[in-house]
Design a protein around this ligand. Structure first.
Ligand code: ATP
Length: 313
């Protein structure tokens, strides 16, 4: 039986707005999610015994049942026990290129790759919708990671409306290697500080969602207006992360001082990205900011915005 190698891209948030509390305990969000060409490679190999093995070349990524890739495989085994009985277990090998705990959905995209890979390996023929429903059971960002591209994500992030492709833009990303921001901390702090602005009634949530749909950045994306997209980047979580982590603010200011289209923290951070007109400009900005901040703890990446989610390598 054959093995599959999958490319699992990272995502950035072009927009992240926290709208309110949901009865299920999650936050109600409006986000614009964007795949980028920075990606992990996930290999899925059938093995004879009925077990799931995960291995990863990055020390901070667990090889046990807490790995999101493992959880994706366990969910598939639970949903399709006949397939596992017929085809055996699976060995998942993650070549980690996406920085870990960085706000770039690295774990989520690996899990998405496992869902897509096992669908192929076990010849299940699942539809996009079926894969997204399975993905939503493991994590809010995972449905987006399957199809990728550019999408408006509402609900807790799992209700997706595709937007047009922006794949001719580039991005430069930077992260302090030793800095991690806990996603639960960021949302909890936001709730403590800004919870009085939350929409809580179901009918109010509905009308608020409509307003987000017609929001400025979505129109700018539909018109592929690069300058406007750059100006309208937004992330509510910056309101809690930047005061707490001045080095992230300093990095953001360093990017903003360059001639970039726009700059923003991604997700709950601490990665900061800047949109640029070309890959060459992204490389130049990385070089300039690296020299300007001269901090050996700071890592840089450049990438293209991408129109694809999980693909075969
Ligand atoms: P998000 O943007 O979805 O909040 P993130 O990019 O901030 O995610 P991840 O890279 O997914 O964060 O990692 C968060 C934590 O999840 C890590 O500290 C790690 O212990 C754990 N983890 C579990 N599975 C994986 C995986 N496959 N890749 C990376 N981290 C994983």
């Amino acid at each position: 039986m054959r093995s599959y190698s999958l490319i699992a891209p990272a995502k950035i948030n072009l927009y992240l707005e926290i709208i309110g509390d949901r009865p299920d305990g999650y936050h109600e969000l409006a986000m614009v999610l964007q795949s980028i060409s920075l990606a992990d490679k996930v290999d899925i190999r059938p093995i004879e015994i009925d077990t799931i093995f995960v291995q990863c070349n990055h020390a901070a990524v667990p090889n046990d049942q807490t790995n999101l890739a493992y959880r994706a495989a366990a969910l598939m085994a639970q949903q399709f026990p006949e397939a596992m009985a017929q085809y055996g277990g699976v060995e998942i090998t993650i070549d980690k290129q996406i920085p870990v705990a960085a706000g770039l959905a690295g774990g989520s995209t690996d899990a998405a790759a496992v869902l897509v890979g096992l669908d192929l390996l076990w010849k299940l023929g699942l539809t996009q919708g079926e894969l997204e429903d399975l993905a939503a059971q493991i994590g809010s960002d995972i449905p987006f990671c399957i199809k990728g591209g550019t999408a408006l994500a509402t609900g807790r992030g799992e209700v997706l409306s595709p937007l047009v492709n922006l794949d001719n833009l580039s991005v430069v990303l930077a992260k302090y290697r030793s800095l991690a921001i806990s996603t639960p901390w960021a949302y909890k702090t936001y709730r403590t500080q800004f919870g009085d602005t939350y929409v809580r009634k179901a009918e109010d949530l509905q009308s608020r969602r409509q307003r987000v749909h017609s929001g400025g950045i979505v129109s700018a994306i539909m018109q592929r207006d690069r300058a406007k997209i750059g100006q309208l980047l937004h992330n509510d979580l910056e309101k809690v992360a930047l005061p707490e982590y001045p080095e992230v603010l300093q990095l953001r200011e360093a990017f903003a001082s360059q001639n970039v289209l726009g700059t923003m923290m991604s997700g709950s951070g601490p990665t900061v990205f800047a949109l640029t007109e070309s890959e060459r400009q992204a490389l130049e900005v990385a070089e300039t900011v690296r020299n300007q901040l001269a901090n050996p703890d700071l890592d840089f990446w450049t990438a293209q915005l991408s129109s694809t989610g999980i693909t075969l390598a």
